[in-house]
Design a binder for this molecule. Structure first.
Ligand code: UFG
Length: 341
């Protein structure tokens, strides 16, 4: 009998968030149906454009189970969670509830529904202060903040679930996600923004008076923190490759995702000045708690095993797409409202 084949569905927790929405966009482009599951505490309904939005909380096992039974996803991509490393030092219990306890609810519900493939959004935060740069995946886990600790703990849980219950999972350790879809579809729009690049672009756009630099006394060339900035579309592509990997490999594995190049806070600000052509005033501030001095990825494993091939390798390309989105998005009233006191 002839008939239209249904796209294979994938449940994306946090699918209305910054990285989640870009993952949904990439899933759609690869022929999957992305089902976004999000409580909209940080994400946006308008960011869910490539499949259904199911509003729900990860702690709500009954709701999760109903959504899984409705769509019968072949896999779950799990991005929902709190993401601000500095905030996690100040308020750790929220991080352990949202990132750890909620993930256990998700995993148990997956078991109940017979879903055993998971791509997990992990982080460079699992490494803490690294012994070597670039950082390989086998570097010991020594997180320096509760956010990184929750990511390391979930990775450990995934190994145990693999041994005991036959789960297959890929943990993708993101370094610093930046940028936006180059066609202006979507971009970064966190409420209560804490990330460097969007904050700096707010200053260039005249929405904030100055950018703050947290720490000028790190053991780096210019004294400011060094991070590995990686484009959000390249991150999103890695999730599609990870799904294919789950179809052919039986092991639970972790991969670093970074551009393998470090940029200091000052270099990011200088590049933002160049890309935007606008002045960006700065204020020096004390170090933020829980910030390692330098994080740069060795991403060779993702390239070799997954076939990952990042396309936005330079900071200039990354910030240019972020600025393009920022210029479009800042005209939206909701953003101005969110920024007003
Ligand atoms: N920074 C400033 N001023 C700001 C904001 C940030 O100087 O106003 C500095 C931070 O101290 C840090 C760098 O800019 O050195 C980047 O900070 P972000 O807040 O943009 O990002 P983080 O490095 O704290 O964290 C990000 C993600 C995490 C992830 C981590 C991995 O938010 O989820 O990268 O490196 F774990």
């Amino acid at each position: 009998m002839l008939g239209l084949e249904q796209p294979r569905s994938v449940l994306v927790t946090g699918g209305a968030g910054y990285i989640g929405a870009h993952v949904c966009r990439a899933l759609d482009a690869s022929g999957y149906l992305p089902v976004a599951y999000d409580n909209l505490s940080h994400g946006h309904a308008w960011a869910v454009r490539w499949g259904p939005l199911e509003i729900g909380d990860l702690m709500d096992g009954a709701r999760l189970e109903a959504v899984m039974r409705l769509y019968r996803p072949q896999a779950v991509i799990h991005l929902a969670g709190l993401i601000a490393a500095g905030d996690s030092v100040v308020d750790p219990t929220r991080y352990y509830h949202n990132n750890l306890a909620a993930t256990l609810t998700l995993l148990d519900t997956m078991r109940t529904c017979g879903i055993h493939h998971l791509v997990f959004s992990s982080s460079a935060g699992v490494y803490g202060e690294p012994d070597q740069i670039p950082i390989p995946e086998h570097h010991p886990h020594r997180p320096v903040n509760p956010y990184g600790a929750t990511k390391a703990m979930v990775e450990r849980i995934l190994v145990d679930f693999s041994t005991a219950y036959g789960f297959k999972s890929v943990a993708l350790r993101y370094f610093n996600a930046v940028g936006a879809a180059p066609n202006g579809d979507i971009g970064e729009a966190h409420p209560n923004e804490t990330h460097l690049v969007p904050l700096v672009l707010d200053v260039a756009a005249g929405l904030r008076p100055f950018a703050e630099i947290f720490g000028g006394d790190f053991p780096t060339t210019d004294g400011t923190c060094i991070r590995d900035y990686v484009h959000v579309c390249d991150l999103a592509d890695a999730h599609i490759l990870a799904l294919s990997h789950l179809d052919r490999d039986v092991r639970t594995r972790a991969f670093n995702l970074g551009s393998e190049t470090g940029a200091s806070v000052r270099q990011v600000i200088d590049m933002a000045i160049k890309v935007t052509g606008r002045p960006i005033a700065i204020r020096m501030r004390p170090r933020r708690p829980g910030d390692p001095a330098m994080l740069v990825a060795d991403a060779s494993l993702a390239k070799e095993v997954l076939g990952w091939c990042p396309g936005f390798a330079t900071l200039e390309q990354q910030i240019a797409t972020a600025w393009d989105w920022h210029e479009r998005y800042r005209t939206i009233d909701v953003r101005r409202a969110a920024l007003s006191p």
